[in-house]
Write a protein that binds this ligand. Structure first.
Ligand SMILES: NC(=O)c1ccc[n+]([C@@H]2O[C@H](COP(=O)([O-])OP(=O)(O)OC[C@H]3O[C@@H](n4cnc5c(N)ncnc54)[C@H](O)[C@@H]3O)[C@@H](O)[C@H]2O)c1
Length: 379
């Protein structure tokens, strides 16, 4: 990682009372399917920061193959056994979304902090079951890896410092493609196990990044459709979002788009900032266009900003492990996750019950607090 030691190195130093060879964090992976392999690889790319001590899966063949292939020493048939036997400091939840909250509660009760894959919960009600926890360890954080590339960090830094002026307009398009076979996996495309379609499962990455730049949302209008896939949930949604800052955004979440693209665009008073990528970006994927007369105000600051870190699991894990070592809760906090999940709930509420919807409309009295499909979908 350019620009000096990685963030966890300094904090590992702190945790070890100043000894330069701090102990790697004891990490366990629960759910050894598709995304777990990315977790394992990303952790191994941060040598000295983490040691994967155990893994668990209810599918014994998959677990055995995963542990053998990646030299994970302790396989467990279930989470309870893993928590009691391996006593990990941090558990990565790579299980289907419907299990995240119940498994997180078990980890926290056993004293292990949690990094849960997206979406962190199926509903706001479910997420709020985690909210009674106070600050400090053990903590709960969610995987939203596209906050962590240097391009997004640089944008947030410049936007926060006022260099770009007021945010006016944003575009947040997740136009991806998933065929029918993808949704034929048991837990996908169902309200009870995935929580929603591309709004919850795919576009949620971009919603999270959008919110991390523009802050709290104030109102949303939306439509959601099931156009082409055989499943319970939507296969596309479109939304107009107003932020408390007054900025407005156009959002598309699709899994029906043969030419796949992830596109976010932020029009500030003094510059347009764009990123175009698919499943992860580097610095080269970002573009800044100053407004007439604003080049000197924005371009040197943009060029001097953070650089060199691709978005992805590794970038997020470096930050998470640094915070673990330093004894502070990492991003993405429960409050951050709640804001992202509330925008997803707002999109569904606006689409299925009629908009516009505000955050205050999504309290415990709303059917969309308990389920993303509220009282049911129109198809
Ligand atoms: N951040 C990203 O870019 C990204 C990408 C893909 C998937 N994901 C998320 O990762 C999670 C997993 O997705 P996936 O594609 O790897 O799914 P998957 O079906 O490939 O893997 C899930 C694994 O969990 C195991 N499992 C099920 N119940 C279990 C239990 N009670 N205890 C332990 N293990 C259990 C399954 O046997 C399976 O091996 C989902 O939340 C998904 O949304 C995130």
């Amino acid at each position: 990682m350019p620009g000096g030691p990685p963030p966890w190195a300094a904090r590992a130093h702190q945790r070890d009372g100043g000894h330069p060879l701090a102990t790697p964090a004891r990490v366990a992976i629960v759910g050894t399917g598709n995304i777990a392999r990315y977790h394992l690889q990303a952790l191994r790319e941060l040598p000295g920061a983490a040691e994967v001590v155990a893994a668990a899966d209810t599918d014994q063949d998959r677990l055995a193959e995963f542990c053998a292939e990646h030299d994970v020493p302790q396989p467990y048939q279930d989470l309870a056994g893993l928590l009691a036997g391996a006593k990990p400091e941090l558990v990565h939840l790579c299980t289907p979304p419907g299990l995240h909250v119940q498994q997180a509660l078990a980890c926290l009760a056993a004293g292990s902090s949690v990094l849960a894959e997206k979406p962190p919960a199926l509903s706001l009600r479910e997420l709020d079951r985690l909210a009674s926890r106070g600050p400090g360890a053990p903590w709960f954080a969610a995987v939203f890896q596209h906050r962590f590339g240097s391009g997004a960090r640089r944008l947030r830094q410049l936007a926060g410092a006022g260099v770009l002026g007021r945010p006016l307009l944003a575009v947040c398009h997740t136009t991806w493609f998933r065929d029918q076979a993808y949704f034929d996996v048991e837990w996908r495309g169902r309200w009870d196990s995935e929580g929603g379609g591309p709004t919850m499962g795919h576009g949620i990455h971009q919603l999270d990044l959008l919110l991390s730049v523009l802050g709290d949302w104030a109102e949303v209008s939306a439509i959601a459709r099931r156009q082409a896939r055989r499943m319970e949930t939507e296969d596309l949604s479109l939304a107009h979002v107003t932020f408390t800052s007054g900025a407005v955004a156009s959002v598309i979440n699709s899994v029906l788009s043969p030419r796949e693209e992830t596109y976010l665009r932020f029009d500030f008073e003094r510059a347009t900032v764009e990123v175009t990528h698919l499943y992860g970006y580097g610095d080269e994927d970002w573009r800044i266009t100053p407004a007439p007369g604003c080049a000197e105000a924005v371009l040197p600051a943009w060029r001097a900003g953070e650089a060199g870190v691709r978005s992805g699991h590794r970038a997020q894990f470096a930050e998470v492990l640094g915070c673990l070592a330093g004894g502070v809760p990492p991003p993405v906090t429960l409050a951050d996750s709640r804001r992202t999940l509330s925008l997803a709930a707002g999109i569904y509420a606006a689409a299925f019950a009629g908009g516009p919807v505000r955050p205050a409309d999504l309290g415990p009295g709303s059917p969309f607090y308990a389920r993303m499909d509220g009282n049911g979908v129109p198809w």
